[in-house]
Design a protein around this ligand. Structure first.
Ligand SMILES: [Zn+2]
Length: 96
């Protein structure tokens, strides 16, 4: 009976240590995921800011067809698409 009790206590201690080790691993992984989530949120905010800035620049450097000699940029008055528009990798918007 005493041997059974001692064996049970040893088994419980071993289980406790294993569970504690697994908990530490899980907590470390959770912290890693929190860091990734925070970085992801920051990256999404930066992306949204960049996309908004590009949209503002595209709005300013739009095509102006008022010149009879051809389309011009409405802002920098270069032949359209102007260098700014091309630098943004802009394809011409649908004119339809
Ligand atoms: Zn322009």
């Amino acid at each position: 009976m005493a041997d059974d009790t001692a064996h049970l206590i040893t088994s419980l201690q071993k289980g406790y240590l294993e569970a504690t080790a697994e908990l530490a691993v899980a907590e470390a992984e959770l912290e890693r995921l929190r860091v990734v989530e925070t970085a992801s949120i920051g990256a999404h905010a930066l992306l949204a800011d960049a996309e908004a800035a590009i949209a503002r620049v595209r709005e300013i450097h739009g095509r102006d067809d008022s010149n009879p000699h051809g389309p011009w940029c409405g802002t920098c008055t270069n032949v359209w698409p102007c260098a700014t528009w091309r630098a943004l990798g802009g394809e011409e918007p649908d004119r339809g």
